[in-house]
Design a protein around this ligand. Structure first.
Ligand SMILES: [Zn+2]
Length: 421
């Protein structure tokens, strides 16, 4: 007798009832403001399960796939780290929901937009060249056609609750766009989009000793693409269920075994990494609450972990981040301090050591004490919990095709084992 399938590997952290508070970020170009926080965080990243990040040029063919490298050294690119921390900070600070623009999504290989999609329906697989996990990773089926009272360009406004639309202009930004940067949207597609640099910079992460390579085979293409199951993304009012995150797994090797009986499968072997990495986060002119959000979004809590890289639905890329050193710039007087380049290393005499745990705690309290934030916080803790006691897997192709399952919501699927059969 077949066992009851486990829950789905992703779920959604719901939007808070109150929309993001938007404001104009500090205008302090060219100086370090003594009333704001400037400094750096030295971070240690430890893998709990193997981590894999594609070496981009080889995405196509080479087997096994090699880990990302620069100058012949294995590194975790800064963009991957920043993206991971930002997606957490967006929840923590109740920020806008960023959605790939129509143009970007158009460039994704393997599918094209159907006419029904352009009319406000959903992306469909036209060419079936992408796998279900890839499709999932893109969290693709979001109509980018604006509502009548929404912005006149794609923001995902059709399905994103109103106040959570992606930020549009530089002087009115949600906490994360103000902190990490954004690109101003312009109506005229030909006009140049104006980027706003953030006040946080990540270095790439380097191996910190005793790392080892592990070869892992994971499902890449699980049969033909699954029909898109609307109630796994949207509520009854056609609004997105929230922000998508993947669960960690009790034992990723058992998760991968669960897919061995799938027909038409296509597996790839990757050279994943286990061990430790170090990187630095530099920041300038942060407000107190911004620094608290940044530190909490890096460290999380003792029983929570980040998810990074490829193979998240299969339990890869569970990582722990600790801050080993926190330094804040101190000012002898209250005059702004000039600098040449944010990337220059200031002399050690200007640093004070700070207690990261204090800032982590402050970040957690900002979130948990915000009115209405409880449901989001609790769901976030449930999804990112580690260690985890169970594994997760996607419903089968047969399940998606079963007409009696048509209206099963993600919440029902997750909580009721009988509907997973
Ligand atoms: Zn924003």
């Amino acid at each position: 007798m077949a066992k009851t399938p486990p829950p789905n590997p992703y779920d959604f952290v719901p939007f808070e009832p109150n929309p993001p508070q938007r404001h104009c970020p500090p205008q302090t170009q060219g100086t370090f403001d003594p009333n704001l926080y400037t400094g750096e965080l030295v971070c240690l990243l430890e893998t709990e399960t193997p981590l894999f990040i594609h070496l981009k040029q080889e995405r196509g063919n080479r087997i096994p796939r090699r880990f990302y490298q620069r100058g012949g050294r294995i590194v975790i690119p800064a963009t991957s780290l920043k993206g991971m921390v930002r997606s957490v900070a967006e929840v923590v600070s109740n920020s806008c929901l960023r959605i790939a623009s129509l143009k970007e999504s158009d460039r994704q290989p393997g599918y094209e937009m159907s006419n029904s999609y352009k009319q406000g329906h959903f992306k469909t697989y036209k060419r079936w060249k992408i796998s279900w996990p890839q499709f999932e990773a893109m969290h693709a089926p979001i109509p980018l056609v604006p509502e009548e009272d929404g912005p006149p360009y794609p923001t995902g406004s059709g399905v994103v609750p109103k106040g959570f639309w992606m930020c549009q202009t530089k002087n009115n930004l949600c906490p994360c766009c103000a902190l990490f940067g954004m690109t101003e949207r312009v109506e005229d597609e030909e006009a140049k989009a104006a980027p706003l640099a953030g006040r946080v910079r990540f270095t790439e992460a380097r191996q910190a000793g005793n790392n080892k390579e592990v070869k892992i085979s994971i499902p890449h293409r699980i049969g033909p693409p699954h029909p898109y199951h609307r109630p796994f993304y949207f509520d009854d009012n056609n609004k997105l269920l929230g922000r998508k995150f993947y669960y960690h797994h009790a034992d990723y090797t058992n998760t991968i075994k669960q897919y061995e009986d799938v027909k038409h499968k296509d597996w790839i072997t990757v050279q994943a990494q286990e061990g430790k990495f170090v990187f630095t986060v530099r920041f300038h002119n942060l407000r107190e609450e911004e620094l608290a959000v940044l530190v909490y979004s890096l460290m999380l809590e003792d029983d929570l972990r980040h998810h990074l890289g490829y193979g998240k639905p299969f339990g890869l890329g569970t990582v722990k981040i600790s801050i080993t050193e926190m330094r804040l710039m101190h000012f002898d007087d209250k005059k702004p301090s000039r600098y040449l380049d944010y990337d220059d290393q200031p002399s050690p005499s200007i640093w004070d050591t700070a207690n990261a745990t204090k800032w982590q705690d402050k970040g957690m309290r900002l979130w948990t004490e915000r009115p209405g934030a409880g449901a989001a916080y609790n769901k976030f803790k449930e999804i990112l919990k580690y260690p985890q006691t169970q594994n997760f897997r996607y419903p089968t192709f047969q399940w998606f095709r079963d007409p009696t399952k048509k209206n099963i919501t993600l919440a029902q699927y997750q909580s009721n084992p009988s509907v997973r059969k």
